[in-house]
Design a protein around this ligand. Structure first.
Ligand code: SF4
Length: 357
């Protein structure tokens, strides 16, 4: 019943509608099809939160939309936290009471928004605070794009969007793809497809499906280990899908799209960071066109792993580079506000632990 209620709400949220769907809707209500353009641009570029704010529409037509039970869904901002390094973390709740977080990473003149596609996550990666939170619910496409609009409304120009916040994108596939298309729409924020990255912990069906979308969105795969044993220690999903299956899906994706894939690899002390692991990683990635991001682990309260020493990370990186792999190191960001990779939900988790003591 609750799920049905949720779906009905979702269909009534104008932020969910594509431009073509808005045209259908407007025509169905006896309006002129170009009015769809007003609705779309007010929602997706001017952060309109109320149908009455779309002033180019006749008053009677705004009323007709409201009479249909249509509305413009908005996230409620709970907090905006700033780290001395410039990183910003925003925390939100949805109208359905789900909690989520987004992060803005500022790099000289480029801003990247890291967005969530779920509240919590059911993948349970052991190095991730979101995984420890468990799964709370899927976000709708409207709730996903709204995270970017809320950043934009703070006069922060959004250059890149990465689906690397809370949740596994391919566990909420349709909403994620719809949201990415909305962000890319030329009548909306018009964020280039190659500036939008969808990141998976390694769900082969999702990778294969994305290969057939005919889009240019970028794909990132979190490997975190060069073999099943290491991955299995860190990611329960690795026990469902072996590394060979994930890499087969990646090969298929590359054969179909010709696009380079980003490999994410979180560096954990004495777990996956030895020179032997680096050499094994080189071997398994052979034949794929990839760039590798080595991520410095960000501990959170209760975490059972420690970050690899920086010398170890640099050494690991050198082995990869010497083999010809394009590799970058991502050192910790937003540490004081728990905004770093794998830390989203850490404050919430800590608060719930304190509350239940
Ligand atoms: S790392 Fe990603 S997929 Fe794994 S638990 Fe965290 S949010 Fe989910």
């Amino acid at each position: 019943m609750a799920r049905q209620h949720y779906n009905v709400r979702m269909q009534k949220d104008l932020k969910e509608f594509t431009h073509a769907q808005l045209e259908e809707l407007v025509k169905g209500l006896g309006g002129r099809s170009y009015w769809a353009g007003y609705i779309f641009s007010f929602i997706h570029t001017k952060a309109a939160s109320d149908i009455d704010a779309i002033t180019p529409l006749p008053k009677s037509f705004r009323q007709a939309l409201k009479d249909q039970g249509l509305f413009i869904g908005m996230l409620k901002t709970e907090q905006c936290l700033k780290d001395p390094d410039g990183t910003i973390k925003l925390t939100f709740t949805t109208q359905d009471g789900l909690y989520l977080e987004s992060v803005v990473l500022r790099d000289r003149d480029r801003n990247t928004v890291c967005i969530s596609c779920q509240s919590g996550c059911r993948m349970g990666c052991l190095f991730c605070a979101t995984g420890a939170m468990g799964f709370q619910g899927n976000l709708t496409a409207g709730q996903i794009v709204d995270q970017v609009y809320q950043v934009n409304a703070r006069q922060i120009k959004v250059h890149n969007v990465v689906y690397m916040g809370m949740g596994e994108p391919f566990d909420n596939y349709d909403a994620v793809l719809r949201s990415a298309r909305l962000l890319n729409d030329k009548n909306g924020l018009n964020i280039g497809q190659r500036r939008i990255t969808i990141s998976t912990c390694g769900i082969p069906e999702g990778i294969v499906r994305m290969a057939s979308e005919g889009t240019q969105f970028r794909l990132a795969i979190s490997l975190h280990g060069p073999d099943d044993q290491t991955r299995g220690l860190l990611m329960p999903v690795a026990n469902r899908y072996g590394l060979a299956e994930v890499l087969r899906a990646a090969e298929h994706y590359q054969a179909k799209t010709g696009r380079r894939i980003t490999i994410e690899y979180c560096m954990l002390d004495s777990i996956n960071d030895s020179p032997a692991h680096a050499r094994a990683l080189v071997k398994v990635l052979k034949g794929l066109k990839v760039n590798v991001n080595l991520i410095e682990f960000n501990p959170f309260p209760g975490a059972r792993f420690a970050p690899s020493p920086r010398t170890q990370i640099r050494h690991f990186c050198q082995i990869l580079r010497d083999s010809g792999l394009e590799t970058a190191i991502r050192f910790r960001r937003g540490q004081t506000i728990s905004a770093a990779c794998g830390q989203l939900g850490a404050d919430r988790l800590q608060a719930s632990k304190i509350a239940t003591l």
